[in-house]
Design a protein around this ligand. Structure first.
Ligand SMILES: Nc1ncnc2c1ncn2[C@@H]1O[C@H](COP(=O)(O)OP(=O)(O)O)[C@@H](O)[C@H]1O
Ligand SMILES: [Mg+2]
Length: 507
């Protein structure tokens, strides 16, 4: 396609990053520039049966030896790539959301191509699992930012234009992950390739980030209109999409062709091409990767808030603003600190704890992101005459976890509580409050909290999440859950003998 489409004035494409997708009408090869594709992403659209999955398979087969691949596969279409090309197939149904986040990170660290098979999961789960996996890929440290083709088939499932049956939480997470992939993935080496049967059902901002298009047979006017808009064609011209044969697509974009070009997609199972000097040859790992990628997640490896949608940028801005304000006010702060010396550290801490408790009484506070709470806390501390730099963010997090646990002053001064805090400190920050909340119930011998209460401390309304959290804490051998004769839960902390009274999970 490129060979056909680019004019003479443009420097010749580097042939070694080319793959052949099929044939152009005259009979020549329809090529796609993989190097360019990595930078400019691809959107494939066509009605069901138009040949999108076949097209994706062709692309994946042709490039499997040149670049690492990740496939989000809602229908289990692509698991067969494993046999010929060694992709690791991850069956979503067999793994937790957390394990998938870790798998997303690790597949990049170990440079293994992966098919994430989401067949058989309900829509809500498909979204959250995909979001966790994509989130892991996105958040991997910079030294692992090698190029990866990230193929998402039936992308309207993961980035729907409108709210559907699924929970808001799942939709937000999934849409966030897809937006990150298409809008901010490039810098991290992620090249989004998305296919959809209904352009009108795909979130606009996700579709708009692709610069390459392969448009297949399209029936509905609304989809045709969207396609014409994206391609910058007259709507009349787009009428041609109605008559396209299965397996024929109109190609346009820097990796494909400068002008709309019709392409007949070739067969699958062809041998892959050798890699060239532009794209570094991709060498799949020789050792089995299953253990490397899917081993249980050690506590300290878990990124904080991994299953939440990425924090909005506003709080970051707030933190930056606060830092700026602090610098400017350093002189004043020093004066304040001098005045402070009369007050003992213990007195200060008691007053800060009181400020935090006050904040926690505000119902809304459990659902506000930590950076926002931190700003609120700093302001309240200033008002209380505690100075500008009452606590740094890290110490604030600790104090917040303690405050969220709702522990009484009596309990908080006990040696048992010190033990609980020391155990909590080895957990990811976002889990510390829940852990302390449960520990408090056990130490104070109150009934085991309900799922809804646990969810609230975790900052969510999802009771499913609360149950997964409990299951995870059990997995880590931190506590054991058992049912009493009346179906109530009892929670015992391993190695301490702390135990709650029985409590209903759904009260
Ligand atoms: N270019 C092609 N050459 C041969 N067979 C094709 C081609 N494109 C699609 N097919 C076949 O047509 C059927 C539907 O294609 P598929 O890729 O599953 O469509 P979609 O994913 O758009 O619903 C499949 O059986 C597929 O093998
Ligand atoms: Mg398909």
């Amino acid at each position: 396609m490129v060979a056909q489409g680019w004019g003479k004035a443009v420097s010749p494409p580097v042939m070694n990053s080319m793959i052949t997708m099929g044939e152009v009408p005259g009979g020549g090869p329809a090529q796609m520039d993989l190097g360019e594709l990595l930078a400019t992403r691809l959107l494939v659209q066509g009605n069901s049966g138009s040949g999108k999955s076949h097209l994706l398979r062709r692309l994946l087969e042709q490039s499997a030896r040149m670049v690492q691949q990740a496939i989000i596969d809602p229908e289990g279409d692509f698991v067969s790539l494993a046999e010929k090309f060694g992709h690791l197939v991850i069956d979503g149904a067999d793994h937790s959301e957390m394990a998938l986040h870790a798998a997303g990170e690790r597949m990049r660290m170990h440079r293994a191509s992966v098919v994430l098979n989401l067949e058989g999961l309900d829509a809500d789960q498909q979204m959250r699992w995909a979001a966790a996996f994509l989130g892991g890929m996105f958040e991997v440290p910079r030294q692992h930012w090698y190029p990866v083709l990230v193929v998402v088939d039936e992308a309207q499932l993961f980035a729907p234009a409108a709210a559907g049956e699924v929970s808001d939480e799942a939709r937000r997470a999934s849409l966030g992950a897809m937006t990150n992939l298409m809008c901010r993935g490039r810098k991290r080496g992620l090249a989004g390739i998305i296919a959809t049967q209904r352009l009108a059902k795909l979130a606009k901002n996700v579709a708009a980030e692709a610069s390459n298009f392969l448009m297949g047979r399209t029936f509905l006017d609304i989809d045709m209109a969207r396609a014409a808009d994206l391609l910058g064609m007259e709507r009349r011209q787009a009428e041609a999409f109605r008559d396209l044969a299965r397996g024929t697509f109109v190609a346009l974009g820097p990796a494909l062709s400068r002008r709309p070009l019709s392409v007949r997609i070739g067969s699958v199972e062809t041998e892959s091409r050798s890699a060239g000097p532009v794209l570094a040859p991709f060498e799949p790992p020789t050792a089995p990767v299953h253990e490397l990628i899917l081993a249980p997640v050690p506590v300290h490896d878990l990124p904080a808030r991994q299953r939440k949608a990425p924090a909005p940028s506003a709080p970051d801005l707030l933190t930056q603003l606060a830092a700026h304000g602090e610098a400017q006010a350093s002189v004043q702060a020093e004066q304040e600190q001098e005045e402070d010396t009369a007050e003992t550290q213990a007195e200060r801490e008691a007053r800060m704890t009181a400020v935090l408790r006050d904040m926690m009484e505000d119902e809304e506070s459990s659902f506000r992101p930590v950076p926002v709470l931190y700003q609120d806390f700093l302001v309240r501390c200033r008002i209380a005459g505690l100075g500008r730099n009452a606590l740094d963010l890290r110490r604030f997090n600790r104090a917040l976890a303690t405050a969220r646990s709702g522990v009484s002053e009596d309990t908080s001064s006990s040696t048992q509580w010190q033990e609980a805090e020391s155990r909590a400190s080895s957990l990811p920050e976002d889990l510390q409050a829940v852990f302390l909340f449960l520990a408090r119930a056990a130490i104070e011998r109150t009934p085991c909290p309900s799922d809804a209460q646990i969810a609230k401390v975790y900052g969510t309304v999802s009771t499913g999440r609360a149950r997964r959290l409990l299951a995870w804490l059990e997995d880590q051998n931190l506590l054991v859950l058992r049912a009493d004769g009346m179906g109530r839960r009892v929670l015992t902390f391993i190695g301490t003998g702390w135990e709650t009274l029985p409590g209903m999970a759904d009260s």
